[in-house]
Design a protein. Structure first.
Lengths: 321, 321
DNA sequence: AAGCACTATGCACAAACGTGCAGAGGGGAA
DNA sequence: TTCCCCTCTGCACGTTTGTGCATAGTGCTT
């Protein structure tokens, strides 16, 4: 029966993690086999019963973190990853550590805004469970494009967040970009859309990656059929370096006068800056330009990124300061 | 060099606990041997870099905890221990789990009152490190007796707490009991004593065991040469069931008119009840009478005890309710 | 009641891990 | 410099842990 299984998992976790018994000893006490105990412990970790966190001593922390932290005044977590790994492996490891790092930040009654993209998709696959009450996951920007509704891709991400935290999920069923700004204006007056916008306005946490225009291997947005040639040309002519939740900005963090933003469904940068906790996850040095812009725009309060990118970030800063 | 060793420990901990890499893989990235990684991880756990906690889901928790929690209105942690283990083994396991349970409760700027006794001694041996700033450990009651100053025994406990949390330690260099109440009055006016008393008055956390008069194997206080025959007779004639920090109480939690308390150096029960967080650690069913008295006196806000004792606690309650 | 579908269990093997020991390295002190 | 002392390292071995697979159990349907 599943009742005693949960209870056993709790007992096993206590004995293993708090009393340093071996699984063998625990198995004898629970009158079961050692392999069952091994599985009970996996389940306990998986279900969020066991919480493992690493406090990195701010003072003695690696110099890299300290430099970024001080310069941009944000909480930074550098993920140790060998520079020799390929993009996919790096992303996977950054995503796993990001997922476990944000776990402790999620609380009951939170309204959590989540963007979509390859980074968030990877993060969503590694979330550890944590039971919360009355939390809501709200989608930050639409995901439809010219060819597909984008529903499944973005909604898979949302669903994973929702089930990890036991939260309600609010999708945002609009395209990423409207063809005409006027349509956006019209839709923004629809009550179904307004419900989502109101939730976004009350977000306590926002989680997003960054897109970078000049990435070697371009972000979803720039390659996924969301923008036509004309749009891409317009971007190139307006000094845009990247985007967060399909809202574009320049290297200095400004976004005024970028016409594409008027058709984008993501939250205006000024609105995003209102959110108390804004967690930015970045993997891969090719995102460096987008990342610099996002930091210049003060879009993040927490930054999780791989070591190589972190190093690039401070190297550059070293040259200009 | 010790600098890069700490940094390596942090990296290793992140890779092991947050990215699920094997020690072998970590060793390759850090260009060292697997066994070194194993040791780095031990060090990381040991030094409090890695924090493992078990959240027990209040709702779905074992019935035993729920019953105690509701009846006494306190946070309870039942330590799973087979009833067949002997007292020493049980104490060791309760102490280890207690030490790891109180870790997360300790914060910077805390003033932590600590009693002494076999239970606290065991707990102090299992504390996990956690860096805090400006915390103070203050001794709750004197430890001297007729034969020795009791200094080393109690001060070892205090010292272990102090070094685990990086806190200043304030000893209380007085006997456990004065021979004459007048001496206590006199001493309580000494400035050296008053400094300690003032700290005690500002405690945010108190940690203590309980003594039980009728324990099969009597507490330190009743056997350690602290009390003479006359005292023990007086106790027997006043319905005392136990003590906390050498302050005695009856089964109903009352302590008025117990003359020995006038010569005791522990905090009055009323004063102890002022402390926001009062953590009581109990191991062994023979302490049941003392424990019941302490709970009746509402001395604890948090209770950590072994399973067998917990069961006895609710069984008895089942009979009287 | 029988059948079915699904999950939990124990076994056995392979992988991962902890630790005693011997040797290497790295400061002081003479 | 040379010696000594102490700490750190890697090896090798035994222990502990994870997991594929066959089986036993459990609950639901017909």
């Amino acid at each position: 029966m599943t009742l005693s299984r949960d209870a056993d998992a709790l007992r096993a976790a206590q004995m293993y993690y708090l009393q340093d018994l071996t699984m063998d000893a625990i198995a004898r006490e629970l009158r079961t086999s050692r392999s069952t105990v091994s599985r009970l412990l996996s389940a306990a970790r998986e279900s969020g019963l066991v919480q493992i966190q690493i406090r990195n001593p701010l003072d003695t922390g690696p110099e890299l973190e300290g430099m970024i932290r001080r310069r941009y005044n944000l909480d930074v977590h550098v993920v140790p990853v060998l520079g020799t790994l390929n993009e996919a492996e790096t992303l996977d490891r950054v995503a796993m550590q990001a997922a476990r790092t944000i776990g402790p930040l999620v609380d009951s009654n939170a309204i959590i805004g989540v963007a979509w993209g390859s980074t968030l998709s990877a993060v969503s696959r590694h979330l550890t469970r944590k039971i919360t009450h009355d939390s809501v996951i709200v989608q930050l920007n639409g995901a439809g494009n010219m060819h597909t509704t984008g529903i499944t891709y973005a909604s898979d991400i949302m669903r994973r967040f929702g089930s990890a935290y036991g939260a309600r999920v609010e999708q945002f069923p609009v395209p990423a970009f409207f063809d005409h700004a006027a349509t956006k204006t019209a839709m923004w007056n629809e009550r179904s859309v307004q419900r989502v916008l109101e939730l976004q306005a009350k977000m306590s946490i926002a989680i997003f990656g960054v897109g970078s225009v000049h990435a070697d291997y371009p972000s979803h947005v720039y390659a996924g059929g969301y923008l036509d040639e004309e749009d891409l040309n317009a971007l190139a002519n307006s000094d845009v370096v990247g985007d967060v939740a399909t809202v574009f900005f320049r290297a200095d963090g400004s976004s005024d006068g970028i016409v594409l933003n008027e058709r984008s469904t993501g939250p205006a940068l000024a609105q995003l800056r209102q959110v108390r906790r804004r967690i930015c996850v970045v993997s891969g040095v090719s995102k460096i330009n987008g990342l610099r812009g996002a930091l210049a725009a003060r879009l993040a309060t927490d930054l999780i990124l791989d070591e190589a990118t972190a190093r690039r970030l401070v190297d550059y800063e070293g040259l200009t300061s």
